[in-house]
Design a binder for this molecule. Sequence first.
Ligand code: FES
Length: 108
Amino acid sequence: MSASRVCALSALEQDTALRVEVDGVPIAVVLDSAGEVHAIGDVCTHGDISLSDGFVDGDTLECWAHGSAFSLRTGKPLNLPAYEPVPVYAVTIDGDDVLIDPTVTKEA
Ligand code: FES
């Protein structure tokens, strides 16, 4: 499978997560304050909660339900109660297009 366009780069708000779906896979896309775009699995591993409804802080995305903050780089939760990582997807920027292949994950 090849990468799919999920949104325009110019449509991303800094430090705000955007929920997208690629082939049924929910993904949280984040433009961090350093201008880097990240893509991690959108479902918290502690509960069926959309991480994109949470809070971006630096290079973490915090689940609003119980406060586990997931690294946007590794997908690992940095604090309990979540202890399982979410997948991290490779992001390609092509002009103003943000492309993600949900079958390709980065090593945590
Ligand atoms: S559901 Fe995300 S930390 Fe509990």
